[in-house]
Design a protein around this ligand. Structure first.
Ligand code: CP
Ligand code: NVA
Length: 322
């Protein structure tokens, strides 16, 4: 038995089989650690040229209702490296566009595929797909959550710092889907997650409450503040994302005004710990939420983070679909 098979086929590994990955909140600390352990192993194997066709002959459908560079390519490469096959399904070309329901789409796709990844607007689309289908559904971003991104971010932080208990991640910017999933992920691993947002752009209080509750078991602390200096002090990880997410393009000008003072620039990086790393889920609007100097500077972990989408998602796919 290979080490990867041990991680996939022991009792903890089997607890994922056939499940969907919609929110990190749905998984235990042990399960989240398992995803990260498997991701690290698969990354090492891939770099050493060791093949791992864990999902040989399996197919993943990838429904996109919003654009994507990283998610589309990393999932497609992930399933290919696992021995399976990916189908890119643009919602523009599916009968979804002409009114076929998510429920019927789920019923039909479940007869052809072994798993579905979906990027959409309404979080309820992902829930419906999982409810009416009979195969694992992976959330590739909704207006509410971006769990695969947060898993790649946690993997990146684990690679740099090891155990993340008591490490402080400060997210500066819009309390959006990425911030929500980082709170859930950080809570599971005992991190201190601080969201620094302008008034009116704080994360959903229900998600803050749920993450805080998760954190009671792990020693995590979740907080939301409006003051950048206060939130960034002592941070090990500084994180930001665009000020206007997909679907909010019409608010861009208004948001640029509201977010003045919430940019991660060299002055803000200097307020964190000297060994702090900077993350951004990308795509970045350079010059808005983050400067060129920080993106391309010595503390940037952006490209490792982007690469880790591949490794984290391979672990998720292998655990759910085998
Ligand atoms: N970070 C992320 O999800 O990137 P894409 O929108 O390019 O997939
Ligand atoms: N918050 C951003 C993330 C993009 C990967 C969005 O939803 O557009």
């Amino acid at each position: 038995m290979t080490r990867a098979s041990e991680l996939i086929y022991d009792e903890l590994g089997r607890s994922f089989s056939g499940k969907s990955f919609i929110s990190i909140h749905d998984y235990s600390t042990e399960q989240i650690r398992r995803v990260l352990d498997l991701a690290q192993l698969l990354k090492k194997e891939q770099k050493a040229g060791v093949p791992h066709p864990i999902l040989k002959g399996k197919t993943l459908g990838m429904i996109f209702m919003k654009p994507s560079t990283r998610t589309r390519i990393s999932f497609e490469v992930a399933i290919w490296q696992l021995g399976g096959y990916a189908l890119f399904l643009s919602s523009n070309d599916l009968q979804l566009k002409r009114g076929e329901t998510i429920a019927d789409t789920a019923r039909v796709l479940s007869r052809y595929l072994d798993g579905i990844m979906i990027r959409t607007f309404a979080h309820s689309d992902v829930i419906d797909l999982a409810t009416y289908g009979s195969i694992p559904v992976i959330n590739g971003l909704t207006d509410m959550l971006h769990p695969c991104q947060a898993m790649a971010d946690l993997l990146t932080a684990v690679e740099r710092f090891g155990d993340l208990r008591g490490r402080k991640l400060t997210y500066v910017g819009d309390g959006n889907n990425v911030a929500h999933s980082l709170m859930f992920g950080g809570a599971k691993l005992g991190m201190y997650v601080t969201c620094v947002c302008p008034p009116g752009f704080e994360p959903d209080p229900a998600i803050v409450a749920a993450a805080s509750e998760d954190g009671e078991a792990t020693g995590a602390r979740i907080e939301v503040v409006n003051d950048v200096a206060q939130g960034v002090a002592g941070a090990d990880v500084l994180y930001t994302d665009v000020w206007a997410s997909m679907g909010q393009e019409a608010e861009h000008a208004k948001r640029i005004k509201a977010f003045q003072g919430y940019q991660i620039n060299q002055d803000v990086v200097a307020m964190a710990k000297p060994e702090a790393i900077v993350m951004h889920c990308l795509p970045a609007h350079r010059g808005e939420e983050i400067t060129d100097e920080v993106c391309d500077g010595p503390q940037s972990a952006l490209w490792d983070e982007a690469e880790n989408r591949l490794h984290a998602q391979k672990a998720i796919l292998a655990l759910l679909m085998s």
